[in-house]
Design a protein around this ligand. Sequence first.
Ligand SMILES: Cc1cc2nc3c(=O)[nH]c(=O)nc-3n(C[C@H](O)[C@H](O)[C@H](O)COP(=O)(O)OP(=O)(O)OC[C@H]3O[C@@H](n4cnc5c(N)ncnc54)[C@H](O)[C@@H]3O)c2cc1C
Length: 395
Amino acid sequence: MTIMTCVIVGGGYAGIHAVTSIRKYVGTKLTKQALRIILIDKNPYHLRKVLLFKPAIGEEEITIPLNKLFPEGVEIVQATVTSIEAENKRIHFQDNLSKEHCLGYDILVLAVGSSIRKPDQAQGGIALSDIESAREIRTKWRANLYKAKSEKDMALRSELLTIAVAGAGISGMETSAELAHYIRSDAKTIGIDPSDVKIVLLNSHPRLFQEGPAKVGRALEQALVQRGVTVKHENKALKEEGGRVTLSTGETLSVGLCIWTLGLFPNPFIKNLGVPFTNEGGVIVDSCYRVKGLQDVYCIGDCALIIDPTSGKPDGKTCKEASAQAARLGRIILADRKGGRAPSHKSHMEFFCIALGPEQGIVWLRRWGMNVTISGRLGWFIRKWTWDIASLIKK
Ligand SMILES: Cc1cc2nc3c(=O)[nH]c(=O)nc-3n(C[C@H](O)[C@H](O)[C@H](O)COP(=O)(O)OP(=O)(O)OC[C@H]3O[C@@H](n4cnc5c(N)ncnc54)[C@H](O)[C@@H]3O)c2cc1C
């Protein structure tokens, strides 16, 4: 029996689901070849990126060691992949001691994800972009609470107790709702009136939730307002300097902290890897995730530009899309190895879950032309269930 080596680069949502799907389809159904799976990530853990707001409000752990997710049958390598030598089916990578290595593959899956948009340094504030920045946000608002407690100047006190969240996508809404709940509860504990804490969510669009119906946008706004978040539409934050946020309307807002939640763009690193990419930076693949012009190389998740061949619609950068692509990938690779017909990409159904603080959430989906909205505790349970499924906590 020969050995077939499958290297998966990236232990994010796409990468971990690719491991599961390739094991399930390719590992069990190719009888003449034993499958060796190697998962490479620059970190030794899977980062639950969608929960980045958690370390901004408390101590919750949002990483899972990759060797805990895959205790057997998968070789985990902590390293940064630096280039692909597709003609010789080899990749090059650097381990965490900066030592260079080279590894041959039969199948290569790229799932190196995306980067979080940050403003220029001169624009001030803190971008919620990784665990360190989330902790920095937490340190800052906690320090501001204590300063506000002893501040006699009312204007300065109010500034210390105001936080602007710039960017009102799903991450901005979830972050604002969690901050409003936890900061108000900490304020109460130290003797500050919780209603003195102000969270202002700055939305550059005319309404929330551009991804779905206006009605759901209104329901989200109402839920946020109930939790103490003020939503300002058509107000783009331009910069924060010395506690003043300048808005696109010309107004300024006095704040103790400005947090940027500006969305994602494909990992810029792919430009160095020797794979074809679009102007926006997404890897060019066909409808079966095969990288254009490179034999046995596949790409899924946030770093790929994946288009539904029937509707022409590109996939978004979300976990549900990444996980669904990964689930299909196992069957695609099996078909490619056996010479059969590989399943083509299909867009995921429209489905969004938004957490709105502890035990509250809204789920919206559209199926067969019908809109379904679930809110309150049930919405939150579904939200939590999707977070857990995405990180293989529930299978
Ligand atoms: C704050 C925030 C909130 C979000 N909220 C939601 C949400 O509510 N719902 C939703 O569906 N989506 C949400 N998203 C989007 C979601 O996180 C992404 O769509 C998802 O992470 C994509 O998975 P991925 O595996 O493609 O990429 P990633 O999760 O980015 O994983 C990529 C992996 O590749 C590794 N890597 C990168 N470069 C290299 C290299 N050169 N060598 C080795 N390893 C490398 C990284 O370390 C990482 O582990 C959110 C994103 C953010 C940032």
